[in-house]
Structures are given as C-alpha cells and as structure tokens.
Design a protein around this ligand. Structure first.
Ligand SMILES: Cc1ncc(COP(=O)(O)O)c(C=O)c1O
Length: 433
C-alpha cells in the first residue's frame, strides 16, 4: 500500500513494509520537491523494543523517560503497551496523566524540583519522587510529607555519551546514610534507591556495581526503620538499530540475582533512548552546494552541502546529546563513484550549524535526499525553529498486524488512523459516480 502524505494521521500499512519504502513513497523515489525535512516514525519499532525489554529484563518494569521524546504518538503507544513513566516536570506529568495513566505508574524522577511542580504532583497523586540532598528533603516535607521517596545515588559509567553524575546523585559512601537519617528525623518515607549510570552508557559492568551498592544502602535504610521496596536502575540502555541490550541485560540480571534474589523488591528502570532511537528516521534535502577548489590544480578537493535541518533543529543532538550521525544517500551512488571529502551544514546563518565534517562522499546534487537513522532520542523535544526554519514533520506508520494488536488499547481516536485510504477513496468515487 502506498503511503499517503498526511502528517497528522497514522497510516495503517498492509503487508510487509519498512522505513525505506515509506520514504520512497513520500519522496517519489527521490523525485519530488519535498522541500522540508521530515521524520518517518515506525510505531512497530517501539512495540518490538518493548517485546525485547520484557524478554531480556523480565524483572525490570520500564518507566519510559518522557524527556527523551514526548511525541504524542510515542507516548500513546507506550500507554497501550502498558509501560510506566519517568517524568521530570509538571508539564510532563500532566501530559502522561492526560493519556489516562494512573498516577502510581509515574515516578517524578528529577532530584531537584520546583515547589510548584511538587505541589502539582502531590495534588495529582504522583507521590513517588527522587531526591539527592537535604534541602530537597525539607522542601518535600513542607509540600508533600507523605511522598514515597527514592534516594538517587551517584554511580557513573567510565564511558557514557552523556554523564550525569556532576549534576545529580549523592555520594553513596559519604552522603547517602546521612540523608537517610535526615529523612528519618523528618519523619519522611524513603522506599527505595535509584541511580543513573549515564545516558548512552558504554560500560555495562557499572550496573552490577551500582546494584551492589544499592543492596548495602537497602540494609542501612532498613536498619534505620525504613521499609525498602523499590530499586530504580535508571536509564542508559542503547537504542540504535545496530545495537542490542543483550549484554547489559545479562549484567543487570546477574546483579539482581546476586543482590536482590528475594522478589519482594520492585525493580524499575527509566529507559529513554532504548525505546525511541531507532523508531525515527530523518529525511533531509540538499538545497545548496559549494565546491572548494584546490588553488594550484583547480580540482575540487572538498564539497560543502547545505541541508534543510541542522543543529538548531534535529541535530541539536550533536551538541546536547553528543550523538554521532551517519548520512545515507537516498539515491544510491554507483559503487565506483569517486568519493570527495564533504562537509554537511544546516540551513541557518550560524557557522556552528555543522553536521558532519570532511567525510568521504560521492558527488551529489541539489535536490537529493540525505537520510539519518536512529534519530528518535533527544532530538525533537529540544529542537527550535531558529532563523525561521520549521521543525520536521513526523509521518507515522504502523503495520496492520501491530495495529490490530494495540488498537483497542491506544489512547487515540479511530480518526487518527488512515486505514486502507486508497481503497476507500476508490469506493467513494464509485459510489459517488
Ligand atoms: C533521571 C533520568 N532518567 C532517565 C533518563 C533516560 O536515560 P536514557 O535515555 O539514557 O535511557 C535520563 C536522561 O537524561 C534521566 O536524566
């Protein structure tokens, strides 16, 4: 079935398809004048990720980190799949509650919260929240004294795309017990320990170490009289289409078997990147091109391409998320095409707006499309329309099999989907005639 170019509706696709077929439909195999960048979002990819999570980490209840990608269809899909949620602010909590999620399925996992946000969370019944210092405890005591508190400790990967330890988490050996004692004196209820090893973690044994540290702190907290029931192992799980969670899952499971063999502790995680990275493919278009000539030979020794999305848009992920992106040409070049060092720039008037530098690329033309896979994490929510360049549209699709599976559970209207669009149009034409 052909993809119908309707950005605000989800197309139900019959039979086998993939992102590339959809991109070819939208761009007319690279021939249409598709002037603006766009995403193709494969809902089935998120469903597949969830199945992998359940299979590989059966004891760990995923609380999707909304900050990673708060696209409404992403969230609705995850609601249908039954995940819980990690929210960092009042607005994120509101968004999730509006999708019909029970407040107990939300953890307010921002250790430093504005008072008004705590007040809102408390009013809405979101009582599980993290903290990592004494002043936060006093704030929570004043606003939400019956909160279920989770102490965030620092246990950082040696190698992570985005380390978080400088900003969050108390020192587990020098600060954690002191904070637990303060919570005790304030008559607050601590129910668990959390950590985040760093987003885009590349040092999986750290999870084992962190789970061990949590076990010790559980014992310390129980000795202080707390009833410890929650272990939160945070995020950091890979989500690109060329990576898997086999190794990290094995290490986490070993950690749980070693330190939390008794099943009375609820184990949760806050995966963001894992669920969404590979579900989104970005399609950009070259609108300008500049050859750079060698002064002596007059040969072209570098080519500069200018595309319609950049670091102020989707590629903010280069700056904030330290991602590496790989351009793929939609129109496949000949195998023996000569490659020239090439630089790809975004559309704004800022020279910071640079996407890749001096990578070998065959000569391509204005109007050609460049695709970037694995663009679902930490891209869309951060992007701005600086210089008047609009944010990419998102074209969503779902295969009929997957749709039938989640249709009754997804908090979206039937009108949000286009089913059998072509056939209906033909039927309508026949009836009208
Ligand atoms: C508190 C918290 N939880 C979860 C996440 C999601 O992490 P990831 O996308 O690496 O899974 C983040 C990311 O910054 C975070 O700060």
């Amino acid at each position: 079935m052909k993809f119908i170019n309707q950005e605000d509706r989800i197309q139900v696709i019959d039979g086998e398809t993939n992102d590339m077929n959809i991109i070819n439909d939208i761009t007319g195999f690279g021939t249409t004048n598709q002037d603006e960048p766009f995403y193709v979002f494969n809902i089935g990819d998120i469903v597949k990720k969830h199945q992998i999570w359940i299979e590989k980490l059966p004891r760990v209840i995923p609380h999707y980190a909304v900050k990673c990608n708060d696209n409404e269809v992403v969230l609705a899909t995850l609601v249908a799949l039954g995940t819980s949620f990690d929210c960092a602010s009042k607005a994120e909590i509101n968004k999730i509650l509006n999708l019909g999620v029970h407040p107990e399925r939300i953890i307010f996992a921002n250790p430093t919260k504005q008072k008004s946000h705590i007040r809102f969370a408390a009013m809405m019944g979101v009582k599980t929240m993290t903290f990592d210092c004494d002043i936060e405890l006093h704030k929570i005591k004043a606003i939400c004294p019956d909160a279920n508190l989770v102490l965030r400790i620092r246990c950082e990967a040696e190698d992570a795309q985005c380390p978080l330890g400088k900003k969050f988490g108390c020192d587990p050996s020098t600060e954690a017990v002191k904070l637990l004692k303060i919570a005790r004196n304030l008559n607050l209820n601590v129910i668990g320990i959390s950590f985040h090893v760093g987003s885009g973690c590349r040092d999986y044994p750290i999870y084992y170490k962190a789970i061990g540290i949590c076990k010790n702190l559980f014992e310390e907290a129980e000795a202080l009289g707390f009833n410890m029931t929650l272990l939160d192992i945070g995020g950091g799980f890979p989500g690109d289409n060329d990576k898997n969670i086999d190794e990290v899952a094995m290490i986490v499971n070993q950690g749980l078997d070693t330190y939390f063999a008794e099943k009375n502790v609820r184990v949760i995680a806050e995966p963001g990147r894992f669920y969404v990275s590979s579900a989104f493919t970005l399609v950009t278009n070259i609108h300008s091109k500049k050859n750079i000539y060698d002064e002596t030979t007059d040969d072209v020794n570098n080519v500069m391409y200018y595309i319609n999305d950049g670091v102020y848009g989707s590629f903010n992920c280069l700056l904030y998320d330290h991602q590496l992106v790989k351009p793929i040409l939609l129109q496949k070049p000949d195998d023996d095409a000569k490659k020239i060092p090439s630089t790809i720039w975004g559309p704004t008037c800022d020279a910071l707006d640079q996407i890749v530098v001096d990578i070998p690329m065959p000569d391509v033309n204005i109007g050609d499309f460049i695709i970037f896979e694995n663009m679902g994490a930490y891209t869309i929510p951060v992007a701005s329309p600086f210089n008047g360049f609009p944010l990419p549209k998102v074209f969503c699709f779902i295969s009929r099999d997957v749709w039938l599976m989640i249709r009754s559970l997804i908090p979206l209207d039937a009108d949000d989907f286009i089913e059998d669009f072509l056939n209906k149009t033909i039927e309508h034409a026949i009836v009208s005639a």
